[in-house]
Design a protein around this ligand. Structure first.
Ligand code: ACM
Length: 538
């Protein structure tokens, strides 16, 4: 929803200003009343000390862009023109819902949760000129917007973005910036893909070799996996996060109402761990850190000692991440090493299992039982459905929507990460020659925008098991931060609109009009977004 409005500025010259929020709010009404204008004596009034975090966040933004003092006061009485009021109140509504209203020159954000107030603040920032996102003081700006009333609430509870920091490492700085951008788009789950064949990225104190050895590789594939013969660039590359850094990032995300779901891959995509501790594998020999992409044949062995190792790792992970869901991967686990291992065959018999899919299921259920006992919930890629899904486990459906449908029908929770719509490592245009090298496939901005997370096959009751959706940023071919920005934006913007607004009648043209405004904000934030083709043709 957007509004074209005409305003008279102080010099009485007529100018037009367009209001467009992204993601689109549930309802936005333009009124004839007095506009809101922030000035050097504007104050921030708030109702409850529970809002301290939101007060700090908004103050910081307003002060950085405007240079105004913007003093705070814990009382919402006697608001004057130009004041911002944050009000926590009892009421109904889903987590994240809020109301924003301009009345007699005062803007008030009210919600029944601090999360709702935080999202109201995100909308408030977008009502101002895009320069509100600037990191330097914008002396000449007129910080005003017309009288509006917004009633807003998210459609889905899981509004996620995944980031693969394992194929190519990303700094704490980039991760925090990514979290900021998620908050700006009212996204609330950051799925941090921390372990892989190509690198282990989280410090585990009990097993120091995971990062001493597992976080660094000596060579990396150049060009596409399909280009043969494969060529490699020699040179040590990698990195990892210390537990101190992780705590800092978790807190940073909490302040932005974002839950971090860490992913510790098992039983496949574990070559870096096996390189560090070969006794976790099936051959006893270190395979080294994988220098190229694709699916490795390396898989954890199914011994009790390996399960014990993973429980130790998870103990440290749980101490760092308060999230209810813990992602254990589970995808693309080749069973060849298990098939040809005498020991794995013995264990299969001993455990009364029929095949290696059931062995994977046994593996995952050991971890599921452990996480459940610790008061957490397991989530994994849709392969965890093969061989039977552990009680209480949730599914992340990536190979189409079949996994999500199966899970939801069986009463399990699911998140739709459908590769045809949400894999942002794919090309954004058919003109591949003008695009940076990518893994392949095509997911245009329009494709993302038209994604419907609820599969048609589900009844209304089953659909309640779909928690939401998320975009994926696998980083095999994405080395630099600016390239990561390019793959993420503006597809993240379309995804945000899907998971927050998801109106029944979706209008791509209207979305593009909002996006055109929104891109000014991203430009001010120095995001290297991809210019949508629709704008290039103009
Ligand atoms: C996946 O893309 N392997 C989950």
């Amino acid at each position: 929803m957007r509004f074209f409005i005409l305003l008279f500025c102080s010099s009485l010259t007529l100018y037009s200003q367009e209001i467009s929020l992204l993601p689109e709010p549930t309802e936005m009404e333009l009124k004839t009343g007095e506009a809101f204008r922030l000035h050097k004596n504007s104050r921030l009034l708030y109702s409850d000390s529970k809002l301290k975090n939101e007060v700090k966040y908004l103050k910081n933004r307003i002060q950085s862009a405007t240079g105004f003092k913007f003093s705070e006061k814990k009382s919402i009485k006697k608001a004057k023109k130009g004041d911002v009021v944050l009000k926590l109140q009892n009421g109904k509504g889903v987590i994240g819902s809020y109301r924003l209203e301009v009345k007699e020159g005062v803007v008030e954000i009210s919600a029944n949760t601090t999360t709702g107030v935080f999202y109201g603040i995100q909308s408030l920032q977008q009502l101002f000129p895009a320069q509100m996102y600037a990191s330097k003081i914008q002396e000449k700006e007129d910080w005003s917007f017309p009288a509006v009333t917004i009633e807003d609430a998210p459609v889905f509870e899981w509004r996620g973005m995944h980031l693969d920091v394992a194929r190519n490492f990303r700094s704490v700085f980039y991760v925090k910036r990514f979290i900021d951008l998620m908050a700006m788009h009212k996204l609330n789950v950051f799925h941090w893909h921390l372990t892989e064949d190509q690198g282990w990225r989280i410090e585990i104190k009990k097993y120091p070799k995971l990062t001493e050895i597992g976080a660094w590789r000596d060579s990396t594939l150049i060009g596409h996996m399909r280009d043969k013969p494969h060529q490699f660039k020699q040179g040590r590359t990698g990195g990892f996060y210390t537990q101190k850094e992780i705590k800092e990032v978790v807190q940073y995300a909490q302040q932005r109402h974002i839950t971090i779901v860490p992913e510790i891959e098992m039983p496949g995509h574990a070559q870096a761990a096996i390189a560090a501790y070969p006794e976790l594998g099936n051959t006893g020999v270190s395979p080294g850190i994988r220098p190229m992409w694709g699916i490795s044949k390396e898989i954890y062995n199914p011994e009790e000692t390996t399960i014990a190792f993973l429980k130790d790792v998870l103990d440290e992970v749980l101490a760092l991440f308060p999230s209810t869901y813990i992602h254990i991967g589970g995808d693309e686990a080749k069973k060849d090493q298990w098939e040809s291992s005498k020991r794995a065959q013995e264990l299969l018999k001993e455990r009364g299992l029929h095949d290696m899919h059931e062995m994977q299921s046994w593996f995952i259920s050991q971890i599921d039982t452990y996480l459940t006992a610790k008061g957490r919930k397991l989530i994994g890629w849709d392969e965890i459905l093969e061989g039977g899904l552990a009680d209480g486990a949730a599914v992340m459906s990536w190979r189409g929507d079949k996994g999500g449908i199966k899970a939801a029908k069986a009463g399990h929770k699911a998140v739709m990460a459908t590769n045809k719509y949400t894999y942002f490592d794919k090309y954004q245009s058919k003109n591949k020659e003008n695009e940076p090298l990518s893994i392949g496939g095509l997911v245009t901005l329009e494709t993302v925008y038209h994604f419907q997370p609820i599969p048609k096959e589900l009844t209304a009751n089953e659909a309640k098991n779909i928690m939401g959706a998320q975009g994926q940023l696998w980083s095999e071919y994405i080395v630099s931060d600016s390239h990561m920005d390019y793959m993420a934006f503006p597809r993240v913007c379309a995804l945000a609109d899907v998971v927050w607004s998801n109106k029944e009648s979706r209008n791509y043209k209207e979305f593009l009009t909002s996006l055109e405004q929104h891109l000014h904000r991203l430009a001010i934030l120095n995001i290297n977004y991809r210019m949508p083709d629709e704008f290039k043709k103009k």
